[in-house]
Write a protein that binds this ligand. Structure first.
Ligand code: HSE
Length: 314
């Protein structure tokens, strides 16, 4: 067990926000972004759970046992056989990832709890084990994988285990995110999806998701404009995000390579290269197009995070 001189059972971690799906990769592709949440975790022998939050959405973060970071910590304690030793925690968070907007705030909370608790216990689990635990809690791997590993991630669930391939694209990308004022619950955004899809729509997405990864890995910018399309989820979620299609069109007209719903929304994300210098123009076009549909939004211009979850007090 790690022995900190003053804070024996304490770890501080930083976890990036993430954007899942990236257009065609429903529930399997994701990307980590340079926007971060911080967790300062202390495990307690007593059964007190103290939650102190600051930053984005601080007033909405549940206290006590319903807190997502605590649930992740508790799961790790159970799995590693430390649940009798540590029965509570002090959870201090500072968040910049917007809550309930499709930028991975819940995944960041889960990954932060798992990584910090694992560090305090002397790293009994490796990152792949943590990925499987995080996916169990979150339900799908496409946000938790990039939050843990950084970069772009391709995740496959197979027989209860998750395998992830994480890479940095050979093209330096800029991620332009429009963050609307309204929240969207993932549960609602999943409820509007059909149970079955046509072969035609499946092929539409499989071909684009494969092309997207190949183009990013090989640095083929010329192939990206055809790679961000989706027929599996966005057409059904369009009614939940006023102006979605028009914001996508505005981004592409302003020079973006493509645009998509970020995760389950409500944020929309556009992709361009750093060398294009078009990020300000694209973000202004997206904000204006949202505004034309009565939606106020703010723009974030981010890079791809390559580090994933990091221990800051190692
Ligand atoms: N792949 C998920 C969805 C991401 O689109 O519902 C949201 O967490």
């Amino acid at each position: 067990m790690k022995n900190f001189s003053d804070n024996r059972y304490r770890a501080v971690v930083r976890v990036p926000g993430t954007s899942a799906n990236c257009g065609p990769g429903f529930d399997c592709l994701g990307v980590a972004a340079t926007i971060y949440n911080y967790l300062d975790l202390t495990l307690l022998k007593s059964n007190r759970i103290v939650v102190e939050s600051s930053g984005d959405g601080a007033d909405k973060i549940p206290r006590g046992k319903r807190n997502l970071t605590w649930q992740a910590v508790k799961k790790l304690l159970d799995v590693t056989g430390h649940a009798d030793e540590f029965r509570g925690a002090i959870i201090r968070t500072k968040n910049t990832v917007p809550v309930s907007r499709g930028l991975g705030s819940s995944s960041a909370a889960i990954v932060a709890g798992l990584v910090a608790a694992n560090e305090i216990l002397g790293s009994p689990l490796n990152r792949n084990d943590l990925l499987t635990l995080a996916t169990d809690i979150e339900g799908h791997p496409d946000n938790v994988a990039p939050a843990l590993f950084g970069g772009f991630t391709v995740s496959v669930m197979d027989a209860g285990k998750v395998q992830t391939f994480s890479f940095m694209p050979r093209i330096k990308l800029k991620l332009i995110v429009s963050v609307p004022e309204f929240e969207l619950s993932t549960r609602l955004a999943r409820k509007v999806l059909p149970k079955n899809v046509s072969m035609r729509d499946a092929v539409f997405n499989v071909s684009r998701a494969s092309m997207l990864i190949a183009a990013l890995v090989e640095g083929r910018e010329d192939l990206l404009p055809i790679a961000f399309g989706d027929a599996l989820h966005q057409p059904y979620r369009k009614k939940l995000v006023p102006g979605m299609t028009q914001v996508f069109d505005a981004a592409v007209d302003a020079g973006a390579l493509g645009a998509a719903i970020s995760g389950a929304g409500s944020c929309l994300i556009a992709f361009t290269t750093a060398k294009s210098g078009l990020e300000e123009k694209i973000s202004a076009a997206m904000v204006d197009a949202f505004q034309a549909h009565g939606v106020r939004s703010k723009a974030l211009i981010l890079n791809v995070d390559k580090r994933g979850a990091e221990i800051l007090n190692a």
